[in-house]
Design a binder for this molecule. Structure first.
Ligand code: NAI
Length: 246
């Protein structure tokens, strides 16, 4: 018996698709046959004027801007690109010990990592409810589960996203829509590339597998969660961390 994941006929929206984990999610879902809309504030700058690969659409979106979310989502829905899959992946860090954290650092992280996921999900849920189908994946973090020095803002955003995921799974389950979260450990991306060697080495030593994750590790988990293989999984937080918090 061979098992393949075939997403042909499905449309997926992925936020933060221009870089790091999001870029691998876009490639992986497209390779599985989905029509993918990659949404990022970096477009069109990041693609240097090159057209996206077949099956992928790039759309400029700053998820911290509520009006843009409304406008861009409406335009995509009007184009017939109703999402069967939504991956709320865009995220930022603004690390500092809590007593040094500014209002700007707090608000920026909560806005992008948590409130944007709420706003974009709210915009597309009516279309999923009408079709009685859909899969939503929210990108949380192991640091939304455990305590991590210097990340009270990030932890609050990711812990909030996990709570949002579970409550929304209850609201949408009866409509045939599944909602899950992934909690990555430290993954090699531009976000973690800025961290000191000490911090990266510490994450590696915490890991049971003795390595940092690759964006592909997370993209594969997304692929599983949005696929029919996960049709009985909702309200779940899948930790993908090489055993970092095991
Ligand atoms: P990254 O910095 O490489 O990529 C993030 C992407 O999100 C970028 O393309 C960026 O332009 C986009 N983005 C940021 N703010 C945006 C906004 N306002 N509007 C639209 N797009 C925006 O980061 P990475 O590492 O790929 O992270 C992806 C997600 O995974 C984030 O939610 C992050 O919190 C989460 N995560 C990452 C971990 C890691 O070790 N890299 C660990 C745990 C969670």
């Amino acid at each position: 018996m061979s098992i393949t994941i075939d997403l042909a006929g499905a449309t997926a929206w992925v936020t933060g698709g221009a870089s790091g984990i999001g870029a691998d999610i876009v490639t992986t879902l497209a390779a599985a046959g989905a029509r993918v809309v990659s949404l990022d504030r970096l477009y069109p700058k990041s693609d240097g004027g090159h057209p996206p690969p077949p099956g992928v659409t790039h759309a400029h979106l700053d998820v911290s801007d509520p009006q843009s979310i409304e406008r861009v989502a409406r335009a995509l829905l009007d184009e017939g690109l109703e999402p069967d899959i939504l991956v709320n992946n865009a995220g930022i860090t603004r690390d500092a010990a809590m007593w040094n954290l500014t209002d700007e650092q707090w608000t920026a992280v909560i806005d992008v990592n948590l409130t944007a996921a709420f706003r974009l999900t709210r915009t597309i849920v009516p279309s999923m409810r009408e079709r009685h189908a859909g899969a939503i994946v929210n990108m949380a973090s192991v640091n939304g589960i455990r305590g991590k020095f210097g990340q009270t803002n990030y932890a609050a955003s990711k812990g909030g996203l996990i709570a949002f995921t579970r409550a929304l799974a209850r609201e949408l389950g009866p409509r045939g829509i599944r909602v899950n979260a992934i909690a990555p450990g430290m993954i090699e991306t531009p976000m973690t590339g800025q961290l000191s060697e000490d911090v990266r080495a510490n994450a590696k030593s915490e890991s049971a597998l003795g390595r940092l994750g690759h964006p592909r590790d997370i993209a594969n988990a997304v692929l599983f969660l949005v696929s029919p293989l996960a049709s009985h999984i909702t309200g779940h937080v899948l930790v993908v961390d090489g055993g970092q918090i095991a």
